[in-house]
Design a protein around this ligand. Structure first.
Ligand code: WTA
Length: 653
């Protein structure tokens, strides 16, 4: 195999010489949900009819007739005549066979635990749906959920789904400003939030952020529902249109709400994500296509079975938590673990202790977490019985072969396939991954496209590149989980994502990639100004424009390092405040404007930023410096002398 030196990020993206291919462990294949290689051929010869395999995992109120309507491409419509309800599929339909099986196991602070059987969940979701209706929420009204990892979040999502009101979940760590932007862009006037939440032993005030967001909105909210998470006297703080969640739900306990039959293409939810312009994009997902694809991949890629205990460690505030923490596992009728805490509290054994305690079968996390586990050492997982594990998943950014192998050996004991799953908020569900019961794994490559998915890696002229050549990753056939549109309208949807080629429409992922001769894809990172920070997407524009708001800052450039952390390079006016004060102000500004996710790992002051002769900041070069990579010829820069200085500042810290 050739050396996959990534010329975008400078990171080695493959293995050195001999390519490692690891066959699925035989013990795994025997019980795998999907172990027939023929599935690939079927999806080729019978495309798009093959996708009925996914749709038929759901209960439809009205059966669909057409699989895919391409008449208005690239606005594709999957299963268009079908009607269904997502909450019915995730809750009601399991009552007959497993009403007393756990649907959710929630683990909060030390020793806090709540469990919900499918019957409990049914009752809670019905009461919550009735409460939303009583607050005036009708079909297609957008409900914003600004909640941490507590059971009320999935309950409210399902309650919204039940009455056909799209939810708009805003990650709890995002700022008041971010919440206000996402609410007004979604035209949402009902908010569900909480008084606060815990990180380690510290209680954070969520309500004050929600209050601040309301002040920024150009309209008044109709209703705010507040969960009492901290156990304080909530009522004291509540205003006129604010309601205590518990009281409100209790008033509707025992009521049932008939699930609203939604058209397959009707919106199930909207989720804002970073776009290239810095303005968040409201990605809208359909009901039928999305749920079909998510359910099918939870079963065939993550190999989840109804009797499993499954733990998706991603926060529900991001797409991974939506698709694989809530909708996928519940549609299959399995037990999903929700964990509110952090992996190193009260100590670094926490994750392994929980896997042992709850006998978790399938664990899905991100490379950023795996890197921390590696740093803490293998002694921690070694102290625990992890033999319940059957499959390990990873998502959010590229995983290095070293981290992959560590996860495989020290967590999976060499017996669990590691599936490196590539997908995006917009794709809704996994598109690239090895099918764990079928294909060999290649550490460092996120696998070939799943059955039914077709891709092309192209150059800037739209021409396909040769194997091992880096290029732009595009998806050349539609897939059921694909975004149904953008809140911002059709024009932006077209502009952001679609390119017309000789063979039809190609979806632009925004990622660089290369494909090897077996069709395995190595992801080389973003090609636009989006950076993946701890497996979350942020744009350099939004970070940099926030930093330059700090008094005394003249210019800023932000990059992600190879641990997925933010490194900010900043220039100051010479007469400005001292570095320590500036550093604190920059941190505060980022956290208050964007949220704690935007907190930089390091802020490096420099007299100048490296620029091209045309004045463009050389972010690639800064990224190389931040990652400790070799950097190439810099003589074409306007100010090459500054590079050595920045490099030594970075190394000396
Ligand atoms: C990156 C998360 C390499 C990629 C589900 C993509 C990955 C962005 C992988 C989407 C992977 C996700 N290997 N890179 N397995 N998975 N990415 O929308 O750059 O938060 O475009 O969705 O994460 O991030 P998003």
């Amino acid at each position: 195999m050739t050396d996959h030196a990534d010329d975008r990020t400078g990171q080695p993206s493959g293995l050195d010489s001999e390519e490692t291919k690891i066959d699925p462990p035989p013990g795994f294949v025997e019980t795998a949900n999907l172990s027939e290689r023929a599935v690939f051929d079927e999806f080729v010869t019978e495309w798009p009819t093959c996708w009925s395999t996914a749709a038929d995992r759901l209960d439809w109120e009205t059966p669909y007739e057409t699989i895919l309507d391409q008449s208005d491409a690239p606005r594709y419509r999957w299963f268009p005549e079908g009607t269904l309800n997502a909450a019915y599929n995730c809750v009601d339909r399991h009552l007959e066979t497993r009403k007393n099986q756990l649907a959710l196991t929630w683990i909060g602070k030390r020793d806090e635990r709540e469990v919900y059987t499918y019957l409990d969940l049914y009752r809670e979701v019905n009461a919550a749906a009735a409460a939303l209706r009583a607050q005036g929420v009708s079909e297609d009204d957008v409900v914003t959920l600004y909640l941490p990892m507590i059971p009320q979040l999935p309950i409210m999502m399902l309650a919204c789904a039940r009455i056909g009101a799209p939810h708009n979940v805003v990650f709890a760590g995002l700022s008041a400003e971010a919440l206000a932007t996402r609410m007004s862009a979604a035209d949402s006037s009902l908010l569900v939030t909480c008084d606060g939440y815990y990180r380690r032993e510290t209680a954070f005030n969520q309500k004050s952020k929600a209050d601040n967001a309301q002040l920024r909105l150009p309209y008044e909210l109709e209703s705010v529902i507040v969960v009492d998470r901290l156990g304080t006297e909530l009522t004291v703080h509540l205003g006129e249109r604010e309601h205590d969640y518990d009281k409100l739900i209790s008033a509707h306990r025992g009521e049932t709400v008939t699930p609203v039959a939604r058209q397959s293409t009707d919106r199930l939810f909207v989720m804002y994500t970073s776009g290239t312009t810095g303005e968040p994009k409201g990605v809208e997902h359909s009901t039928g296509g999305y749920l079909s694809h998510v359910t099918w991949t939870t079963e065939s890629v993550l190999d989840v079975k109804p009797e499993d205990t499954y733990w998706c460690a991603a926060d529900i505030g991001w797409i991974t938590g939506h698709s694989y923490g809530v909708y996928g596992p519940l549609a299959l009728g399995t037990t999903s673990v929700l964990y509110e805490g952090t992996p190193d509290y009260p100590d670094r054994s926490r994750v392994w202790e929980l896997i042992e305690q709850y006998a978790v079968n399938v664990f899905y996390t991100a490379p950023t977490a795996i890197r921390s586990f590696m740093k803490w050492g293998e002694a921690y997982p070694a102290q625990h019985d992890l033999s319940s594990l059957r499959l390990l998943g990873t998502v959010g950014e590229a995983i290095t072969p070293r981290a992959w192998e560590w996860y495989y050996e020290h967590v999976g004991g060499g017996e669990c396939p590691v599936v490196d799953t590539w997908w995006q908020t917009e794709t809704g569900a996994i598109l690239l991954a090895t099918l764990p019961g079928v294909s060999a794994m290649k550490p460092g490559a996120s696998g070939p496209p799943l059955p039914g998915i077709e891709l092309s890696v192209i150059d800037e002229f739209g021409e396909p590149v040769a194997p091992y050549e880096p290029g732009y990753l595009t998806i050349t056939k539609p897939w059921p989980g694909m975004l149904q549109g953008l809140r911002e309208g059709n024009d932006r949807y077209h502009r952001e994502y679609w390119q017309e080629t000789d063979t039809g429409w190609a979806y632009k992922t925004g990622d660089g990639a290369l494909v090897d001769e077996d069709g395995y894809v190595t992801i080389l990172g973003r090609v636009d100004d989006v950076i993946n920070v701890q497996a979350q997407r942020l744009t350099t524009t939004e970070l940099e424009s926030t930093i330059v708001e700090v008094d005394g800052v003249t210019e800023a450039a932000v990059v992600g390092d190879d641990s997925g952390l933010i490194i900010a390079f900043v220039t100051m006016k010479s007469t400005a405040i001292d570095e320590l004060t500036a550093r604190n102000r920059i941190r505060e500004q980022l956290v208050s404007t964007i949220g704690s996710v935007a907190e930089p790992e390091r802020i490096i002051f420099t007299p100048e930023l490296p620029k091209t002769r045309s004045g463009k900041i050389m972010r690639r070069l800064l990224e190389d410096i931040a990652c400790g990579n070799e950097f190439g010829d810099i003589s074409a820069l306007r100010n090459p002398e500054v590079v050595g200085e920045i490099d030594s500042t970075v190394r000396n810290k």
